[in-house]
Design a protein around this ligand. Structure first.
Ligand SMILES: [Zn+2]
Length: 178
């Protein structure tokens, strides 16, 4: 039956698209019991509504002024509290010696739209060690995006590696000329 086959394909395509966004499959934090609608994250101020988290300034207009029901930690802040990263970025090479401050400012930019698309994606830690910068993020997607942001700003080379369950990304950005 062609109709049925067609529908199956559509479902498959939709599933793949969803996996590209936030994939709850391998993420225990996204599979937990959801909070009450309009719950407020007490650390970052994100608000939960109909299965997703919004930054307060991105809440749909109809919800403005609606009271919060509960005080919780959003999955991003739970990961932060538990020190449970989904992505690691190592930034290395001679370039980092002279441009370390610039690089950290770029990654630590709370106003940058590319860094702040989803309230569940957060930079958890930025450490400078032995001429390298090590960054931890709550999701693999954010680690990848930071790699791309660095490449766009400073060229360099990126390599990506995933854990076998595809949950954790290890990104290395490197530039050797100063
Ligand atoms: Zn939060």
């Amino acid at each position: 039956m062609p109709k049925k086959a067609g529908k199956g394909l559509m479902q498959k395509a939709a599933h793949m698209v969803r996996r590209k966004a936030i994939d709850p499959g391998g993420d225990p934090y996204l599979n937990r019991e959801p909070p009450k609608d309009m719950a407020l994250c007490k650390r970052c101020g994100a608000v939960y509504h109909e299965k997703r988290w919004y930054k307060r300034e991105n809440l749909p207009e109809k919800l403005e002024g609606k009271p919060n029901t509960d005080m919780v930690f959003c999955p991003g802040c739970q990961k932060y509290r538990d020190k449970y990263p989904g992505g690691y970025i190592t930034i290395e090479g001679r370039f980092v010696e002279e441009h370390g401050d610039e690089i950290v400012r770029l990654i630590d930019n709370k106003e940058d739209r590319q860094l702040n698309i989803n309230p569940l994606e957060k930079v958890m830690a930025i450490r400078r060690r032995d001429g390298r910068i090590e960054v931890e993020t709550t999701t693999d997607k954010l680690a990848q995006r930071i790699g791309l942001i660095l490449q766009k700003a400073f060229n360099g080379e990126i390599t990506y590696k995933w854990s076998t369950d595809n949950r954790i990304a290890r990104v290395v950005w490197r530039r050797d000329d100063s």
